[in-house]
Design a protein around this ligand. Structure first.
Ligand code: ADP
Ligand code: ZN
Length: 444
């Protein structure tokens, strides 16, 4: 057969060799790239923030002799990005920047990220490797239902899917009924979106009389927001797809920083591009493998906006033991929470993901919920609005009361705090097309 583009693409290896290199080789590549990125940031970044910070910390850009030397360097935070809005952190002339993205701004004013063509290649390669880890290849038809635009999800997944030679269906988010029609008609085999949007899509499909189980779809690449193991089980049992957790952030590149392989036990971080450290968020001291703390990432191959020791605020730990899949790049544990999404309710630290896990232990509850916090005469109150499945909604008062008690008990035993449980009618809690908004904090 002629070596047409398509027949060539069919031979694309879904997994990249970079995921399997011996550790000592990987580490020598990391070291060279680290030396390079630190020099690049020091000398070329227009706003001079890196130079200023390194000078203040009395650390020279040639201080990197071993990987651990990175620990002498100062951190970068989201505030630094905001302060240098929009272009202050760029380290290449503006004419070399070919694309801009911005964070969704869920946590404040957006931050802007710039990419050179080479950066976009690194990103597409990252997403392609992630898709390979999720067993996708040129045989797949991949629907990208992350939003396209300034948000990194849509275009990030799109370019990775093209790179593996898959057929891409770029639906973006929204217009859910049409998404389901296309999914059926085009024989979609995999979908990329937020887990909350996928739930919405599955629910809508049910209303339309479409069983996702009976379609060709077999994999989901879900990320951009935290979701629990209980949520994964629900999704997999109800739709018969394999649900992979993918992680990424605009400041570092977008989606494609880390993903679960078939083992679904921790996310392989593409360490040759994104160098991970875990620190204690209070003392800022490095923590050993296995210990939970804040993930700090240094980009090893990004030119337009290099990030050195970026504090992600995401809480995880590094799993250093070798994965059964054979990849030598290490894994990070699933990210259930950010250090800044912690709610303090009557002095108790509460993470929305803990509430989700408690709710989903109970049969008959839909994974649609909202947490409303108020303060009355100085006292915090937490209300959890939980949507009921339609078949439960008609139940007698006594049955609902007993369900309410069971939920309150589950929340209380998980979080050690009491909450008022209210039921919402089926479909009454707003469905998200992107990141779900779970918490409404009215305490001001
Ligand atoms: P914003 O901060 O405006 O939401 P991003 O769209 O770049 O900007 O979101 C990145 C953040 O989303 C991450 O720092 C992390 O908190 C969260 N996130 C992304 N993927 C996941 C995931 N798989 N699990 C948990 N949280 C995630
Ligand atoms: Zn693995």
């Amino acid at each position: 057969m002629a070596n047409t583009e398509k027949s060539f693409k069919k031979h694309y290896l879904p997994a990249s060799a970079a995921d399997y290199v011996p550790r000592h080789f990987l580490e020598s590549v990391q070291l060279q790239r680290l030396q390079d990125v630190v020099q690049h940031a020091y000398h070329n970044q227009a706003g001079g923030l890196y130079r200023q910070r390194m000078d203040e910390a009395k650390v020279r850009p040639d201080a990197i002799r071993s990987l651990n030397d990175i620990q002498q360097f100062p951190f970068m935070t989201k505030d630094d990005l905001r302060a240098s809005y929009p272009y202050g952190l760029f380290a290449v002339p503006q004419q070399e920047v070919v694309r801009i993205h911005a964070s969704s701004g869920t946590t404040g004013k957006p931050i802007v990220a710039g990419y050179t063509q080479a950066d976009l290649d690194v990103w597409a390669d990252s997403m392609a490797r992630c898709m390979g880890a999720a067993s996708l290849s040129s045989h797949d038809v991949i629907q990208v239902s992350y939003g396209y635009g300034l948000f990194t999800g849509g275009l990030g997944a799109h370019c990775g899917a093209e790179k593996i030679g898959a057929m891409v269906v770029p639906t973006s988010a929204g217009n859910t009924e049409r998404q389901i029609m296309l999914m059926q008609d085009l024989g979609v085999t995999a979908i990329c979106c937020t887990p909350s949007y996928f739930l919405h899509l599955a629910e809508k499909a049910g209303e339309m009389g479409v069983q996702l189980k009976n379609l060709k779809i077999r994999a989901g690449i879900f990320g951009a927001e935290p979701w629990s193991e209980a949520m994964r089980e629900r999704i997999q049992n109800e739709t018969w797809i394999k649900a992979h957790d993918i992680y990424g952030l605009t400041e570092i590149i977008g989606p494609g920083v880390a993903i679960e392989c078939a083992e679904q036990n921790g996310l392989h971080i593409l360490e040759d591009y994104y160098y991970p450290e875990i620190i204690d968020p209070e003392t800022l001291q490095p923590l050993p493998d296995g210990e939970e703390g804040e993930l700090v990432i240094t980009t090893l191959a990004k030119r337009a906006m290099p990030m050195i020791r970026y504090r992600t605020r995401d809480i995880t730990s590094i799993m250093a033991d070798q994965c059964y899949c054979g990849r030598t790049i290490r894994r990070i544990r699933r990210i259930g929470r950010r250090s800044d999404d912690m709610l303090i309710i009557r002095g108790v630290n509460v993470y929305p993901s803990q509430i989700e896990a408690a709710l989903l232990k109970i049969d008959g509850l839909l994974p649609h919920y909202q947490i409303v916090i108020t303060r009355e005469s100085g006292l915090d109150n937490m209300e959890i609005k939980v949507e009921l499945a339609p078949e439960l909604f008609g139940d007698r008062i006594q049955e609902l009361e007993s369900l309410q008690k069971r939920i309150a008990h589950a929340v209380n035993t998980t979080l050690n705090i009491s909450a008022k449980i209210t039921f919402a009618e089926p479909k009454s809690i707003a469905r998200s097309e992107g990141k779900a908004k779970r918490v409404i904090d009215k305490r001001g």
